[in-house]
Design a protein around this ligand. Structure first.
Ligand code: HEM
Length: 392
């Protein structure tokens, strides 16, 4: 890798992950593509490179795994995230139908009712932990209910997905810490994906209907329910948590939202741009590719800093400001191209409903102690955020 820009930083080290944004600025200044010496991989951190790379699935492939070490042999062969066309298309078609805008419309009423219940309960309490009591509690209720999985043991969902997202990074202390609980949850997760364990009217059973119609096999159906539980929980939990922190630390922005609750969907979108729950994913080059004068050879791992692209001043006006009225088109918090998040309708629905309910009913949100981070190799989120709210 001689002659190309490179950096000694470890983007998976705790001191990097606590506040990655100054480091992202320095990485973007290295140029369009650079090497990360510690891991012997390439990387891109600017919007002008990350967004097209996400869309160029023929050059930047996912089928060699979207983590540092390629495919995890402990996990069954995936049918979405870590697979390329044409094999990707079948699973994606079935998931896309299950998580369509029409389905999201049908879920709205139930999700709204649960948002009202949750916010009423928290207003009555006055002080609570905005991560565990809200950021985790709301999505962990509404989404597993929608899938149709059993109510007991749901705490295992977080242990499982924390481990999966850690395993996209290197063998480090985060991965070591989440592995034991993650593997212990794996059996329960797979049990929840079985046909017999699913409610007949839930999203999970819609996947089995595709098997009944011969579109996919029974075995494939089981492995298509699993991404709901891997990709659809921790991401939304952290998206809601990060947006809550942004609102609690930007009282002027919260005031705007309080006066115009119809901004809730936009505020959540801005939260996902400003402090993206999914910070990075890897790709592998399928051929030699020139990026801004440097040639990345074929078969190399490339780390895409999506959260950095979402803060790139070359793309966004004052990107380090959190502005609930910002109309941001094209952030890559949900990815882009053929692997763009298939669950984004559901995530947006959860965000819109919980933040509009808060905006209507809560006048102020105030931190009562320093929030604590939960460090993860791919996800950015919090372990706790004590707050006090005042009813409107
Ligand atoms: C893909 C983020 C919620 C299921 C992705 C990708 C991102 C992402 C960045 C692209 C991965 C890549 O390019 O390699 C998020 C965020 C969420 C969220 C920030 C919440 C705020 C959900 C939900 C589900 C879900 C609720 C529901 C099941 C998936 C699946 C894929 C995916 C299955 C793989 C799609 C494919 O490969 O075609 N998500 N996600 N996500 N997401 Fe989400």
């Amino acid at each position: 890798m001689s002659g190309i820009a490179s950096s000694p930083v470890d983007p998976f080290a705790p001191d990097f992950l606590i506040d990655p944004y100054p480091a992202y600025e320095a990485l973007r200044a290295l140029g369009p593509a650079f090497a990360l010496e510690r891991y012997g991989v390439w990387a891109m951190a600017g919007y002008a490179e990350v967004e097209p790379a996400l869309k160029d699935w023929k050059t930047f492939i996912s089928g060699e795994g979207v983590g540092l070490h390629g495919m995890n042999p402990a996990l069954p062969r995936p049918l979405t995230l870590q697979i390329d066309p044409p094999d990707h298309d079948k699973g994606r078609r079935v998931l896309g139908r299950t998580l369509s805008p029409g389905v999201a419309r049908k879920l709205r009423e139930t999700f709204q009712r649960e948002a009202e219940k949750k916010v009423s309960e928290l207003i009555d309490r006055g002080s609570f932990d905005a991560v565990t009591d809200l950021g985790e509690a709301y999505p962990m209720k509404v989404f597993p209910d929608a899938i149709g999985i059993r109510p007991d043991g749901r705490e295992k969902l977080l242990a499982w997905s924390t481990f999966v997202f850690d395993s996209f990074g290197p063998e480090n202390e985060m991965l070591a810490a989440s592995r034991k609980a993650g593997l212990a949850a794996q059996g329960w997760i797979m049990e929840c994906c079985a046909r017999d364990a699913l409610r007949p009217d839930g999203l999970g059973m819609m996947i089995y209907q595709a098997a009944d119609e011969g579109e996919i096999t029974e075995h494939e159906a089981t492995h298509l329910v699993r991404p709901f539980l891997t990709a659809g929980i921790d991401t939304t939990v952290n998206g809601i948590g990060n947006t809550l922190l942004a609102l609690a630390t930007h009282p002027d922005e919260y005031r705007k939202l309080h006066h115009r609750p119809e901004l809730a969907r936009n505020a959540f979108e801005e939260g996902l741009r400003y402090d993206s729950p999914v910070q990075t994913f890897f790709r592998t080059t399928s051929r030699d590719v020139e990026i801004g004068g440097s040639v990345i050879p074929a078969h190399r791992k490339v780390l895409l800093f999506m959260a950095s692209a979402n803060r790139d001043p070359a793309r966004w006006d004052k990107p380090d400001r959190f502005e609930v009225e910002r109309v941001a088109t094209g952030p890559v918090g949900f990815g882009a191209g053929i692997h763009a998040c298939v669950g984004q309708m559901i995530a947006r629905l959860e965000g819109e409903l919980i933040f509009s309910e808060l905006a209507r009913r809560v006048k102020t949100i105030e931190l009562t102690a320093e929030p604590k981070r939960r460090l993860n190799n791919s996800l950015r989120g919090l372990a706790s955020m004590p707050v006090r709210v005042a009813a409107a």
